[in-house]
Design a protein around this ligand. Sequence first.
Ligand SMILES: *[C@@H]1O[C@H](CO)[C@@H](O)[C@H](O)[C@H]1NC(C)=O
Ligand SMILES: *[C@@H]1O[C@H](CO)[C@@H](O)[C@H](O)[C@H]1NC(C)=O
Ligand SMILES: *[C@@H]1O[C@H](CO)[C@@H](O)[C@H](O)[C@H]1NC(C)=O
Ligand SMILES: *[C@@H]1O[C@H](CO)[C@@H](O)[C@H](O)[C@H]1NC(C)=O
Ligand SMILES: *[C@@H]1O[C@H](CO)[C@@H](O)[C@H](O)[C@H]1NC(C)=O
Length: 450
Amino acid sequence: MHKCSRKKTQLYLLSVFFAFFVLSFILIHDDASTKPGDDGGRRLILKPSFPTFTTTNASTHKTEKWVVGELPSGASDWSKATKACAHTQSYNGRPSSRVKYHWGKESRSNECNAFSGRWVYDNYSYPLYDEAGCPYMSDQLACRKHGRPDRDYQKWRWQPRGCDLKRWNATEMLEKLRGKRLMFVGDSLNRGQWISMVCLVQSVIPSGKKLMTPNSALTKFIAKEYNASIEFYWAPLIVESNSDDPINHRLSDRIIRPDSLLRHASEWAKADILVFNSYLWWRSGPKIKLLWSYSGGVCEEADGKEAMKLALETWADWIESSVNPLKHRVFFVTMSPTHLWSQEWNPGSDGNCFQEKAPIEMEGHWGNGSDLNAMQMVDEIMARLGPIVTVLNITQLSEYRKDGHPSIYRKFWETLSQQQLANPVSYADCIHWCLPGVPDVWNELLFNSL
Ligand SMILES: *[C@@H]1O[C@H](CO)[C@@H](O)[C@H](O)[C@H]1NC(C)=O
Ligand SMILES: *[C@@H]1O[C@H](CO)[C@@H](O)[C@H](O)[C@H]1NC(C)=O
Ligand SMILES: *[C@@H]1O[C@H](CO)[C@@H](O)[C@H](O)[C@H]1NC(C)=O
Ligand SMILES: *[C@@H]1O[C@H](CO)[C@@H](O)[C@H](O)[C@H]1NC(C)=O
Ligand SMILES: *[C@@H]1O[C@H](CO)[C@@H](O)[C@H](O)[C@H]1NC(C)=O
């Protein structure tokens, strides 16, 4: 009896460790992705340190501008930061947020909550576009192309309880974007949502009237006749960090500047509609190193959740001081759930999302990958910001979609070993989402809120 439970504990610890490993591994490797639609198979090269650019004084960042395709100069400071962070002390609890006024939670009891509902199989209206028909598709998300045999994951409609979503209409979306810049800011999950948005609208634009710029810190899809752009800005930790290079981002030793984001924000400020996300990157490492702007060379460290809070508070300060609600719309996409443990929906099993073909039916299912405390922290920050930010609360609805991940049907940037190939569960990607698929619905919710 005793022995048995110890074995169970060991097994549990092993599975937690394993899931942690898979999460880190996939996050390290995925973002090396090439530009959307690029089949060239550019591999991620994990460099020992960050590429160095011309060094500039940190104080010049605020006014610095850079052009698309180039990284901001000054990105080099990370070699110095790495040296400073060779020794750390724990975070001493300095308050960082300056957001003062509190809105309190919005009470919208008589409004329909579009994020609460169920998935309805609808092979009449879905998918909203054809995977192979989207020239900007990413090889990381093109599941059919990479051998996924089933197709039902493309055919689910989100049905809120008590109201209907407006039907997707690409022309109407483009009209909403006329003369505007829509910018997605965040990590690879947010990039998936950006590619989904591009694929959702691009088919109604004739060739020659649309354009995609090369992959860089800021990548733009341009709809010429609408004078509109749909852009993606890589900033997985929101504030400045040593993971800001869209291709080479080290993960083993993450350093952030918890109170600095002006270099990013100078680009964000040019957008009319901003869609942020940030979550998984805070979870996939042990400790995060903090280098404050007035640190005097002292480097602190904090756990992921604490660091995430500091970063989001800095972000909230920026939103509050820089966003004009009459001119800008700001959205925040809540955490994207993972499906790393099949025992969460199928007790006794020991797989993950691999070979899952249908959504979870249990209402209110909430997986262990979605941290309720982190959600509460996000709740509090959003409540402080009030109506300036619209929350796209996609966590619960995406929790149901254990069938929506690429699992083994995507391009993997590293070579898989015989051992891995023999055990597909070991390398299945249960973090990102196939397209067409779940992120299309996130964009329908965005479309409904614009
Ligand atoms: C949709 O699904 C139903 C039931 O599975 C099937 O009978 C029908 O042929 C399908 N329609 C299309 C257009 O695929
Ligand atoms: C889509 O929107 C456009 C522009 O608003 C409108 O002209 C068109 O009728 C809509 N299409 C559908 C199917 O509703
Ligand atoms: C195109 O949109 C930008 C803003 O994104 C605006 O500054 C510019 O004036 C617009 N150009 C035309 C021709 O409408
Ligand atoms: C998820 O968390 C619950 C509660 O902490 C725990 O009982 C369960 O074993 C966990 N499941 C997995 C797969 O880790
Ligand atoms: C998102 O929805 C969940 C329930 O699914 C709720 O607990 C949480 O507070 C919501 N978060 C935000 C930021 O609105």
